[in-house]
Design a protein around this ligand. Sequence first.
Ligand SMILES: NC(=O)c1ccc[n+]([C@@H]2O[C@H](COP(=O)([O-])OP(=O)(O)OC[C@H]3O[C@@H](n4cnc5c(N)ncnc54)[C@H](OP(=O)(O)O)[C@@H]3O)[C@@H](O)[C@H]2O)c1
Length: 245
Amino acid sequence: MDRPKTLVLTGASRGIGHATVKRFAEHGWRLFTCSREDIPKECRVDANWAHHVPCDLSVPADRARFVAEINDRLGDAPLDALVNNAGISPKTPYKERLGVLHGEIEGWHRVFELNFYAPLELSRGFAGALARARGAVVNVTSIAGHRAHPFAGSAYSTSKAALSGLTREMAVEFAPLGVRVNAVAPGEIETEMVSVDYEPLITRIPMQRMGTAAEVASVIHRLCDADFGYVTGSEVFVTGGQQLL
Ligand SMILES: NC(=O)c1ccc[n+]([C@@H]2O[C@H](COP(=O)([O-])OP(=O)(O)OC[C@H]3O[C@@H](n4cnc5c(N)ncnc54)[C@H](OP(=O)(O)O)[C@@H]3O)[C@@H](O)[C@H]2O)c1
């Protein structure tokens, strides 16, 4: 019998991350996760959810603690997939976009710590375990990394553009380890990150609707599947065609 596969995912408490762990759990994967909050109570009963570490990935010491704790639990076991999903898109206290002209520069540092440095350091920290499985990394980027967005601020958008670039560089660096690295770039997805203010954007989406977290989760899951064994360095737009206009 095949061994159960193992996933490490960040940002599991809600939204796309929570939908993704549910998707992998349905397929029998063993799950190691983190977010600042604990996971919702109803998910605690899922026997596949092996371990959740409450931690703040924008803090370097917390990132190191998370990597050490999970590697310790993995021991010599292989890691089949790492999904770098946790991300923030903060506004200024006046609800302005956090941009070059508005907001504290400290806010930019916080955004880059979580959206860029956490995926970088976790990928490095789990490289050995991923190599043992000839596994896969999926970075959750954004359409906002590819074009100016009316609500996402410049700090968020440039952090996601950097993560798209990191996906390309990691694909080349990790290929000799047998590890594939891809990205999923969501458009407008119904989660807490998206408010009612986003509804006018639907007219700019060819499919004329927002996406669901489950629709992003299923693409992440397939990218980690052996069927995609020759795909690395790709970024899949899950946008209803929004990047085309
Ligand atoms: N929704 C969209 O339309 C959309 C579009 C493009 C890209 N994305 C990207 O998709 C990913 C998920 O977004 P989402 O819409 O699902 O967002 P969400 O509903 O706000 O969920 C974000 C997740 O990240 C966790 N998180 C936030 N800050 C954290 C920190 N400092 N340390 C550890 N975990 C942290 C949150 O948990 P805690 O609060 O408990 O820490 C939560 O589980 C993000 O990378 C986002 O940029 C989303």
